[in-house]
Design a protein around this ligand. Structure first.
Ligand code: C2E
Ligand code: CA
Ligand code: CA
Length: 404
């Protein structure tokens, strides 16, 4: 899957030529450029200059019509190239509301330019300055693209790691398994939260490579933990997957291969997905999940209760675990409606023969309440934070002392 590439232009060099077909836009990372339009008498008129954070050639993202202006580098420039096919792919994968609004805005933008008649033959020439793209939008986009590029490099270095958060069986007090959570220690920026980088790598398509890496890494870690602690084939490892992972054709094959290569039981592997994934591609998700289920893997719905309100979908998928979102758990002890929701999710899960895991228990009171309500398992800072593999091994060996 492609990711934007960096291009360099020397001062005076033409970046875009009016009349040539357009298939790429550029974000200016460094340097300044001049935009020129050929007037009806053949002379060139300067219409604008642009600097870092601006976008040029963006019309090519709407269609492949000939360039309506030329762009010349005023200084040595560094640009990030966005191809129209990459843009189209990103748009196809976008949230439906985002997709629709973007398409409407792009079409209107094209219409507005047509009316402005920037070929210079009509009365509205030169084009209105209103065509300038918002600086903040452009620089945010650039930051996002840079981070995605950095992630690609980071994945093959030691900047990206996994931490593992124990999940506790509330009946026995034992560690039942772990959730693998990605961590990024960026070489210049320091720690970057997954809440920031996961959406970015999802958008760029890099999540597919990242998830495969995470599954392999997590299962190999599980094997090493088993070996060091002597606890064999009992602990599970839960790994997060996104809709992009499910959309890739060889998803099931790659999961099978990783499981057999790491020599853990399929039942020790839990796939964590969200309600949104199920609703977004129901047929594909059902088929994929059924194959995974048949192979013996566990399937958990993450952040349950925060997504779609329709519960009818639960029947249609081979789900065996609901993870109650941490927002309900956090508020449960001081807020009646959160408590009612937690109770309802637990009884819903029991009626459907599913296991319930509560997330985000930070205090003993929450953990005890959840246990008394019949919740099966719990994950939260009260028991343990996500931690590196070496700490997991030590914790598993020490755990007996910490039981509820
Ligand atoms: P999530 O899947 O819901 O993961 C649980 C998050 O809750 C983790 O945040 C965990 O550190 C945090 N957490 C657990 N117990 C507590 C608690 O008691 N209190 C509080 N305040 N937080 C608690 P984290 O690691 O920052 O991850 C955030 C999100 O990023 C994850 O939410 C998940 O959606 C995504 N993510 C992280 N790693 C991966 C990954 O490898 N793949 C994918 N697709 N997404 C990931
Ligand atoms: Ca999760
Ligand atoms: Ca969650």
């Amino acid at each position: 899957m492609s990711i934007e590439t960096q291009k360099k232009f020397k001062a005076g060099e033409a970046i875009l030529r009016q009349g040539e077909p357009g298939e790429t836009a550029y974000i200016i990372e460094q340097g300044r450029v001049e935009i020129l339009i050929a007037k009806p008498d053949g002379t060139q008129q300067k219409v604008a200059t642009r600097g870092a954070g601006s976008i040029i050639g963006e019309m090519s993202l709407i269609d492949k019509a000939p360039r309506t202006a030329s762009v010349i580098a005023l200084e040595d420039c560094e640009l990030l190239e966005i191809t129209s096919s990459d843009f189209t792919r990103r748009l196809a994968n976008a949230d439906p509301v985002l997709k629709m609004t973007t398409q409407v805005i792009l079409t209107r933008y094209r219409d507005m330019l047509a009316r402005a008649d920037i070929t210079g033959e009509g009365k509205n020439w030169p084009p209105p300055e209103a065509l300038e793209l918002n600086y903040t939008q452009a620089s945010n986009a650039m930051e996002t693209i840079k981070l995605a590029n950095d992630f690609k490099a980071a994945l093959s270095s030691s900047e990206i790691t996994l931490h593992y958060q124990p999940i506790i069986d509330l009946r026995t007090g034992d560690i039942a398994g772990f959730e693998a959570l990605m961590r990024w220690e960026h070489k210049d920026k320091g720690f970057i939260s997954p809440g920031i980088f996961i959406p970015i790598i999802e958008e760029s398509g890099l999540i597919v490579t990242a998830s495969r890496w995470a599954l392999r890494e997590a299962l190999m870690a599980l094997k090493r933990i088993e070996h060091k602690t002597g606890i064999r084939k009992k602990l599970f490892m839960s790994v997060n997957f996104s809709s992009h992972d499910f959309a890739s054709e060889d998803f099931v094959d790659s999961v099978y291969t990783t499981i057999s290569e790491s020599d853990v039981l399929p039942a020790q592997v839990h796939l964590e997905i969200t309600e949104r994934l199920l609703m977004g591609q129901p047929d594909n998700a059902r088929q994929t999940l059924e194959m995974c289920k048949k192979a013996g893997m566990g399937i958990s719905i993450d952040d349950f209760g925060t997504g779609y309100s329709s519960l009818s979908y639960l029947h249609h998928f081979p789900i065996d675990t609901l993870k109650i979102d941490q927002s309900f758990v956090r508020e449960m002890c001081g807020n009646k409606s959160s408590m009612a929701l937690v109770k309802s999710i637990i009884s819903l899960g029991k009626n459907l023969d599913m296991k319930i895991i509560a997330e985000g228990a930070e205090h003993e009171e929450e953990a005890k309440t959840l246990r008394d309500l019949g919740c099966d398992q719990c994950q939260g800072y009260f028991f343990a934070r996500p931690m590196p593999e070496r700490d997991v091994t030590a914790l598993v060996q020490e755990w007996e002392k910490k039981k509820l």
